[in-house]
Design a protein around this ligand. Structure first.
Ligand SMILES: NC(=O)c1ccc[n+]([C@@H]2O[C@H](COP(=O)([O-])OP(=O)(O)OC[C@H]3O[C@@H](n4cnc5c(N)ncnc54)[C@H](O)[C@@H]3O)[C@@H](O)[C@H]2O)c1
Ligand SMILES: O=C(O)C(=O)C[C@@H](O)[C@H](O)[C@H](O)COP(=O)(O)O
Ligand SMILES: [Zn+2]
Length: 359
């Protein structure tokens, strides 16, 4: 499994950590345009002092960068720079840079090592860990990808200080997800310290990152390739979320925002399936009601779609078997499971209809 380091500062230890992991100090550093501006000079200067040879690459900061076209351009630049198998790739950014960088690393020359340096709350708590790397297809989210574990995950929570509020809430969705699916005590901690965490206040934000990373790492260790159903629980709310992201052409709605809405749908579905009590569902909804969205987003990107249209968009989900969708449901707060038989589509539509009245 990957080693995860949570430390402030972290960049001046990169050389030493690479040596410990038998990684050469020859690295492609992948940024998006924002992380290049915010952290690029500092990081590249530090890598220079630590004796690294670097090829810098920058992508547009948007979800649609998770594409074959962008990956192809990166391969071309790496070939021109004589990047060979002795190199590795350092992905500096949010989930887009991490997923795309991991995808390119997994495929370039049949695979070079990747190191993740996540800079969003979502990436620090979720996307940098566990080795799912992917690009999107117009027909569905993350449809083309690999399992390619990072050699190292380097998290410096102080890098969140520049993160816009919208992105903090997007990341908080995945943090809250861990409480729902795996840890009732963590759920209570998040209820108590929600405001401090979204204000990026320590020790709360660092504790939330550490606990989230531990839960994700444990799940991935037990079911790396999502075969037993355990890893699929990390997909709580995601069948709905990916449907909404696709309907928005992977623009206009952040992944974490779609996950928040998806989790409201999943709470409603869990209650309708009889696995979650009305009281626990309400407790879950109360926590999700604390999330803020841009004005008009919920109306435009969720409520304006017919529920049947959302269900149709969800049909490209990778958990489906023989064209039947499978959903992650809650067995009470703090425990999730993959419901392996099909669920009547009318029931799913009713759950989406209900969710629309609740947000
Ligand atoms: N592989 C996985 O297990 C996994 C898990 C969850 C999500 N994901 C994927 O992650 C992606 C979403 O990631 P995300 O929410 O990090 O979005 P993102 O990568 O688009 O980053 C959000 C925005 O924040 C900016 N940014 C990054 N760090 C910053 C900082 N410290 N200060 C200021 N701005 C900063 C970025 O430039 C970008 O504009 C989606 O594609 C989703 O599918 C993957
Ligand atoms: O790591 C996992 O497994 C997850 O499901 C984490 C999710 O938060 C993440 O959005 C992931 O990319 C979704 O995976 P997918 O297989 O549904 O594309
Ligand atoms: Zn997710």
């Amino acid at each position: 499994m990957s080693e995860i380091i949570v430390s402030t500062p972290v960049i001046d230890r990169i050389g030493q950590l690479f040596e410990q992991h038998n990684l050469q100090k020859k690295t492609v550093v992948l940024f998006d345009e924002h992380t290049r501006k915010l952290f690029g000079d500092r990081l590249l200067e530090s890598l220079g002092h630590q004796g690294f040879t670097v090829k810098e690459l920058v992508i547009a900061a948007r979800e649609t960068s998770k594409s074959f076209r962008t990956a192809f351009n990166l391969y071309s630049e790496m070939i021109d720079a004589d990047v060979d198998r002795s190199w590795n790739l350092l992905a500096v950014g949010g989930g887009v840079v991490g997923d795309l960088g991991g995808f390119v690393a997994a495929s370039y020359y049949r695979g070079i090592p990747v190191v993740q340096l996540p800079t969003t709350l979502l990436a620090m708590t979720d996307s940098s860990i566990g080795g799912k790397v992917a690009i999107n297809h117009p027909k569905g989210k993350n449809l083309i990808g690999f399992f390619h574990l990072p050699e190292l995950v380097l998290i410096d929570p102080s890098w969140l200080k520049t993160l816009p509020e919208r992105e903090i809430y997007a990341g908080m969705a995945e943090v809250v997800k861990y409480g729902f699916i795996a840890d009732r005590q963590f759920f209570d901690y998040l209820k108590e310290h929600f405001d401090e965490i979204v204000a990026v206040r320590d020790p709360y934000v660092t504790e939330a990152i550490q606990r989230s990373a531990m839960i994700k790492q444990r799940v991935v260790e037990e079911d790396f390739r999502e075969r037993s159903g355990l890893r699929a629980t990390l997909n709580f709310g995601h069948t709905f979320a990916h449907g909404l992201e696709k309907l928005a052409d992977y623009r206009h709605i952040r992944h974490g925002e779609a996950v928040t809405l998806g989790m409201i749908c999943a709470l409603c579905l869990s209650e309708r399936m009889g696995t979650l009590s009305p009281e626990e569902k309400q407790e879950g909804l109360d926590l999700l009601a604390r999330f803020r969205f841009r004005k008009g987003l919920v109306e435009k990107r969720f409520k304006s779609h017919e529920s049947g249209e959302i269900l149709h968009s969800m049909l490209s989900d990778k958990k489906k078997v023989n064209r039947e969708l499978r959903f992650v449901l809650l067995n009470g707060l703090g425990e999730a499971f993959l419901h392996t038989s099909s669920i009547d589509h009318q029931l799913v539509i009713k759950a989406i209809d209900e969710a629309k009245t609740l947000c």
